[in-house]
Ligand binder design. Structure first.
Ligand SMILES: NC(=O)c1ccc[n+]([C@@H]2O[C@H](COP(=O)([O-])OP(=O)(O)OC[C@H]3O[C@@H](n4cnc5c(N)ncnc54)[C@H](OP(=O)(O)O)[C@@H]3O)[C@@H](O)[C@H]2O)c1
Length: 277
């Protein structure tokens, strides 16, 4: 889709973190940004900022894990902003745990927000895109979808799932004017990475959230299939890990990821224990 100006974009997770940067950049390109997340105040802050600087933004507070209510959300967006031309599935959560310490509810909530909700929203929006023969689907995955992160297994599974699903529908839609892009950021100086307050693995570059936003725009304009937002060395690491998972695991260990993520899981479990007691 060469021109984003005048298009209606549904952006989930627009209330903060990387989503806020994507919202600003989309508005600068002339899109109408329909921001969806749970926090009304967070969404309104971004919308007010965009509207005050001549952009167009609409806030719809909504918990997208309420899958059965998503048709109502889509109807509401259609009434307020018209048909959706671009959907950006950005909202996600992560939770660090040794796998056996996840509850069934943890697994369900992570997979629902990170994987099922993007699928369901896209399933609801795609018929209108096909009818008009215009549209773009952007799925924000993660480097953890390329090489799974120990002690962050459910998040990793959700992000790998997003990559596989994107790849499948991209091929299904190849003869249409509807593009599918999957973006895999590495550590980014915003949102969930900052909230973790843990060091990046050795040798890993920390990207700025503006870089993710720029890549999202470029992916829509140039119909890029998959973008790994990381150094060439990390891209080679992902490729070689496919050929030798043993080598990939040993590199992850060498970079200190197992220890760092284990500490992160312990810290999160202790914090939750203190809240509960
Ligand atoms: N930051 C990084 O280093 C990094 C690296 C790789 C990939 N990513 C990916 O980039 C994307 C954005 O991450 P981020 O770092 O910006 O995370 P973040 O700061 O935690 O933001 C997550 C967003 O999702 C929204 N959200 C959470 N639960 C929701 C729900 N039930 N319904 C609707 N919205 C919900 C949050 O808003 P509310 O709380 O208001 O609902 C928030 O706007 C994610 O897909 C993440 O996996 C991030």
């Amino acid at each position: 889709m060469k021109n984003i100006a005048g298009k209606t974009v549904l952006l989930t997770g627009a209330s903060g973190g990387i989503g806020a940067f994507i919202a600003r950049t989309l508005a600068q390109e002339g899109a109408t940004v329909v921001g969806v997340s749970r926090s009304q105040s967070g969404l309104e802050k971004i919308s007010a900022e965009i509207n005050a600087t001549g952009g167009k933004a609409i806030s719809i507070p909504f918990d997208i894990t309420k899958l059965a209510e998503l048709p109502t959300l889509v109807e509401k967006i259609n009434q307020i902003a018209g048909e959706v031309d671009i959907v950006i599935n950005n909202a996600a959560i992560e939770k660090f745990r040794p796998f056996q310490n996840y509850t069934s509810e943890d697994i369900q909530s992570i997979l629902t927000l990170n994987l099922h909700a993007p699928m369901e929203l896209t399933r609801l929006l795609l018929p209108s895109m096909l009818e008009r023969n215009i549209g773009h689907i952007v799925n924000i995955s993660s480097g953890a979808g390329k090489k799974a992160a120990p002690f962050n297994s459910i998040y990793s599974a959700s992000k790998a799932g997003l990559i596989a699903w994107s790849e499948a529908i991209r091929q299904e839609l190849a003869n249409t004017n509807i593009g599918v892009s999957v973006i895999c950021p590495g550590c980014t100086n915003a949102g969930m990475f900052l909230a973790l307050d843990m060091p990046a693995p050795s040798g890993v570059r920390i990207a700025e959230p503006t870089e993710v936003a720029d890549v999202v725009i470029e992916s829509i304009q140039q119909n890029r299939k998959e973008v790994i937002l990381d150094s060439f060395a990390v891209k080679v690491f992902y490729a070689l890990s496919q050929l030798s998972p043993e080598w990939g695991d040993s590199m992850i260990k060498k970079a200190g990821v197992i220890e760092t993520n284990h500490n992160c899981a312990q810290k999160q479990m202790q914090a939750e224990y203190l809240i509960r007691n």
